[in-house]
Design a protein around this ligand. Structure first.
Ligand code: SF4
Ligand code: SF4
Length: 190
């Protein structure tokens, strides 16, 4: 991960994030202990760890934070949130950052939103993620040559039964779709 940039000044950005996040006030008492980043399964893919991101929010690096891929690689597992000693709603803060980035189209430098859209597409169609399809679509779009180096790894995962060759639809997909549809309606009403 890169060094965290600093500008030495504080700004309203932290308050903006706090006000848009239920329980966000606790962000002010972040210890910078790093438990969140150490817990995060997506950490290696993130531009900045959650801890680094919060330090950047603190000093008002709005653009750098909103253009980073970190919130987009958050898979909402809540592991960091339950382990944070200061009960900071880290996962919800990631949602807040995504909302602001989408509203202001500040994510253009990142390919992570595309990853998110592909993920959601599989969930809407099959009711679950399909890792092989997700990785294939992503690498064909962004770095086709890397497909060759990933091949042996993917085959090893398949051989160990850790990766499915084709997606399987869950039971009750219609119910899930109805829930997702309703969620979209509610979001549109906000
Ligand atoms: S675990 Fe909580 S207190 Fe520690 S760095 Fe992360 S957000 Fe801050
Ligand atoms: S909720 Fe997001 S940021 Fe927290 S550990 Fe999970 S993936 Fe990482």
């Amino acid at each position: 991960m890169p060094e965290v940039p600093t500008n030495g000044s504080s700004s309203n950005f932290r308050d903006e994030v706090i006000n848009a996040t239920p329980g966000g006030e606790n962000l002010k008492i972040c210890l910078q202990c790093g438990t969140c980043g150490g817990s995060c399964p997506s950490g290696p893919d993130m531009d900045y760890s959650p801890r680094q991101l919060f330090a950047m929010i603190d000093v008002g690096l709005r653009d750098e934070v909103l253009k980073s891929n970190t919130p987009w690689y958050c898979v909402s597992c809540y592991y960091c949130t339950v382990r944070c000693p200061k009960e900071i709603p880290i996962t919800d803060i990631m949602y807040t950052l995504k909302q602001i980035a989408v509203k202001e189209r500040l994510y253009d430098d990142s390919d992570a939103p595309e990853w998110s859209e592909s993920f959601i597409g599989f969930v809407e169609t099959y009711g679950r993620s399909f890792e092989l399809g997700l990785a294939t679509r992503y690498h064909l779009t962004h770095s086709p040559l890397s497909k060759f180096s990933l091949g042996p790894f993917a085959l090893g995962m398949v051989a160990k039964n850790r990766l499915a060759f084709r997606p399987e639809r869950i039971d009750g997909i219609d119910q899930l779709r109805a829930i997702l549809e309703r969620a979209k309606q509610l979001e549109a009403e906000l």
